[in-house]
Design a protein around this ligand. Structure first.
Ligand code: A2P
Length: 416
């Protein structure tokens, strides 16, 4: 009998283009740059991916968790993956020509691996698990292939008409269609029309700004906080496809919706849990949802504290400025930071946190505190640095505290 022939089998990591909402979380999370994208798809480089699973828990849709068993030499190239609209079927392996003594060598064996939160790294800095008392979310009830529809029942500009920054509060009603959501989750909107090369637009993801029981309590509706995009990241004039579509919607218009998405950026539900919320601009959406949920439950025994740091260029550009400043001081400790108020020094959320260091430290000492950061990517470093300084000034070494916050689902970062 001849010696066993070994064939190199790969459990190839793939991203489902039908479910993926192109939020970039996986590409940002991958510690070895195995994930990339073009205008069409997010894809995984078979020759780089080592199946470490770092990208899997943070993915809000689960599109990332797809695997196909292939001969390594037949692995799907990224150029092929870029063209896909659906994942290929699992192929039968052509092992017969290798004989019955074939011994598969499986690389990247990750099937059914249970992701364990590892040490904080440059890429995985927040929790990849929800708070222990979070409610169980529904995800992916509606997909690109099978979206649902919602009717616009409100569209209001939140920012002052004198500012260039147009942020809208948009309310969508699902009627009798089930669309259960939790604070901190997001939905995808499918804008009508097609890209320059004739493909339908992919969904754009928006955080939900209303609590689980509806923008209007007891109604099957959600609200979104949408900034009209008129420039690209480099400052060149460009009209954001979906944000302009949404901001122009009228009452009665119908939109295609997918989701809900997100299973970790969720609020704790035990009544003595504290929320430390830090946001800029439209990053206020999940904070509004959580705050409003706590406000509605307030009389039912919630005793935890709410502390908010909210940054905007000016007071006129701060969404929800009026309602926010009207909330009772004994319900929420609100700290606003404006960076472009004429004749005032530039102030960021992290500056405001340092000014309130003793109170922030008090929260950091409490195991019931859950931290949420949402908004500009740039603020993430500054906020983590401020938390470190505040903790260490009170004799709490940051690295072990950071690790515990992450592992316990108490540090949630969503920046873009
Ligand atoms: P800036 O005036 O420097 O742009 P935006 O209006 O672009 O959504 O920004 C919201 C707020 O976040 C603005 O006040 C902006 O200030 C501020 N910001 C910008 N970069 C950072 C950062 N690195 N850390 C904290 N806040 C920031």
């Amino acid at each position: 009998m001849s010696a066993p022939v070994s064939i190199d089998i790969l459990k190839q990591h793939l991203i489902d283009p039908e479910i993926c909402i192109r939020c970039n979380t996986c590409e940002e999370t991958c510690p070895i740059d195995a994930i990339t994208h073009d205008a069409n798809n997010y894809v995984v480089k078979a020759d780089v991916c080592n199946g470490c699973m770092a990208c899997v828990p943070p993915c809000p849709t689960g599109a990332i968790d797809n695997w196909r068993t292939v001969r390594r030499e037949d692995a799907y190239a990224i150029d092929a993956q870029f063209t896909w609209d659906v994942l290929p079927e699992e192929r039968a392996l052509p092992v017969s020509e290798a004989g019955s003594d074939t011994v598969p060598v499986v690389a990247g064996e990750t099937d059914k691996a249970i992701p364990v939160p590892g040490p904080a790294t440059d890429t995985v800095r927040g929790s990849i698990v929800p708070p222990w008392s979070a409610a169980k979310p529904y995800v992916n009830l509606y997909t690109h292939k099978a979206p649902t529809r919602a009717t616009v029942v409100g569209n209001y500009r939140l920012t002052d008409a004198t500012t260039d920054s147009a942020i809208h509060h948009i309310v969508l009603d699902f009627g009798a269609t089930p669309f259960p959501v939790l604070e901190g989750q997001s939905i995808g909107i499918l804008p009508p029309g097609a890209t320059a090369d004739g493909r339908v637009h992919h969904a754009r993801q928006y955080s939900i700004a209303s609590p689980r029981d509806g923008e209007r309590p007891g109604y099957n509706n959600v609200s979104l906080t949408v900034k009209r995009v008129l420039q690209d990241h480099a400052g060149n004039p460009t009209a954001g496809v979906c944000s302009n579509y949404l901001c122009d919607l009228k009452k009665g218009d119908v939109v295609s919706v997918i989701g809900p998405f997100g299973g970790t950026f969720l609020m704790p539900n035990h009544p003595n849990s504290h929320l430390l919320m830090i946001c800029t601009g439209t990053g206020s959406a999940p904070m509004r949802a959580m705050t409003e949920y706590r406000r509605r439950r307030r009389l039912k025994g919630a005793t935890g504290k709410l502390m908010l740091f909210f940054g905007a260029r000016t007071k006129e550009e701060l969404p929800y400025f009026g309602p926010l400043t009207n909330l009772p001081k004994d319900f929420i400790d609100t700290n606003l930071a404006f960076s472009r108020t004429p004749k005032q020094p530039k102030r960021y959320v992290q500056d405001a946190m340092r000014e309130r260091a003793p109170d922030v430290a008090q929260l950091l000492k409490d195991d019931n505190t859950h931290i949420y950061v949402c908004g500009l990517k740039g603020m993430e470093d500054g906020v983590l640095q401020a938390l470190k300084e505040i903790a260490e000034a009170q004799g709490m070494p940051w690295d072990p505290l950071w690790e515990r916050l992450r592992m316990e689902g108490r540090l949630h970062l969503e920046t873009y």
